[in-house]
Ligand binder design. Structure first.
Ligand code: ZN
Length: 94
């Protein structure tokens, strides 16, 4: 009996959206992509030691996560500014 094996290479599919991905649109799951993924989904990329797991993501998913992470990293600057403003108002009122 032949061993069970998937006929399709798992790296033909995006780890994030699961869609078939052409070679030119594949991006390896390197540390920056793993970091974006963890920040967005609040879980880590797993099963990277398994042969059946995709080790790539499509450009579209990586770009979306990168943009979300960049937008998120800019938010604390806005919050800090608001806190400083409210303190100066309370200082004036006090
Ligand atoms: Zn994708």
């Amino acid at each position: 009996m032949a061993p069970r094996k998937c006929l399709n290479d798992p790296n033909s599919f995006c780890y994030i959206c699961g869609r078939f991905t052409f070679v030119k649109n594949r991006i390896k799951l390197e540390d920056n992509v793993k970091s974006f993924y963890r920040n967005y989904f609040n879980i880590s990329i797993s099963n990277q030691d398994k042969s059946w797991a995709p080790h790539v993501a499509c450009k579209s998913c990586v770009e979306s996560l990168r943009r979300w992470n960049n937008a998120k990293s800019k938010m604390p600057v806005t919050w800090r500014k608001k806190i400083v403003d409210s303190r100066s108002i309370s200082h004036f009122e006090g």
